[in-house]
Design a protein around this ligand. Structure first.
Ligand code: ZN
Length: 249
């Protein structure tokens, strides 16, 4: 989850279990942005600001509250969503699709991946115009190692002496967002992911985008929709005035 308080910080703990430091803590009832929650104690892992994990009535961890340590009234609440991209960006509109990456492959390609125990799919995709993107890759965009002599491409350094390093995202490609189980996700057209990757959202991502430009003829080259262009201005999801949390008990 991208912190709303510390712009460069990303929370990577998505465990729904009780945090260790909250084990013997008598959690208090609070309300954050309209949600009744149980709030744990300050997480000692964050000495520079105050982080409290939030739990539901079953003591399942459902999110966190981050407060400025000097001005505790300055705070944001972040929540776990039912998909990793939604959680990362705090966007509820990411769509989990009913398909996995495997169902998109030809039977030959699937067979090749099967022989490699599915471990080489990310390297194999480098030879196509499709770029696979997991939540982890969105936050740390990998580099591509290529060898012109043996035509190898890899996300890991190659032993070849002629290997070159290039950017993962290039001028014309399409992106498939997927999780660790290779389930495919659809990004909303107003997602922060597009500006983070310096991309414009594909036209098909949102019907409203298409409705806004009815006079535009359909582009004959669908690929151009994915071209590397400056991002659209976007609305900052954290710009809402947060509601003051209040202790309800
Ligand atoms: Zn080589």
């Amino acid at each position: 989850m991208f912190s709303a308080l510390k712009p460069d910080y990303i929370y990577r703990d998505f465990s729904e279990d009780i945090a260790d430091h909250d084990d013997d803590y008598d959690a208090e009832e609070w309300n954050y942005n309209g949600r009744d929650v149980l709030r744990g104690s300050i997480d000692p892992k964050y000495p520079d600001w105050n982080v409290y994990w939030l739990y539901d009535e079953n003591l399942t961890r459902i999110g966190l509250a981050e407060h400025d340590s000097d001005n505790p009234e300055v705070f944001h609440s972040l929540w776990f969503y039912d998909n990793p991209f939604g959680t990362l960006f705090q966007e509820s509109t990411w769509k989990k699709r009913d398909i996995t990456l495997w169902s998109l492959l030809s039977s030959e390609a699937y067979q090749d991946c099967l022989e490699d125990d599915f471990e080489t799919i990310f390297d194999r995709a480098l030879h196509s115009t499709i770029r696979l993107m997991t939540p982890e890759m969105v936050t740390t965009i990998p580099k591509v190692y290529s060898c012109p002599k043996c035509n190898k491409k890899s996300l890991l350094p190659l032993k070849c002496s002629d290997a070159t390093i290039s950017n993962y995202l290039f001028s014309e490609f399409s992106i498939l967002f997927l999780d660790d189980s290779f389930i495919i996700y659809e990004a909303p057209s107003n997602s922060r992911v597009w500006s983070l990757l310096s991309l414009t959202p594909p036209h098909g991502a949102c019907e409203r985008v298409q409705e806004q430009m009815p006079q535009e003829p359909e582009s004959p080259t669908e690929q151009s929709d994915h071209r590397h262009t400056p991002p659209r201005p976007e609305q900052e999801p954290g710009s809402r005035t947060p509601q003051e949390p209040h202790q309800s008990a």
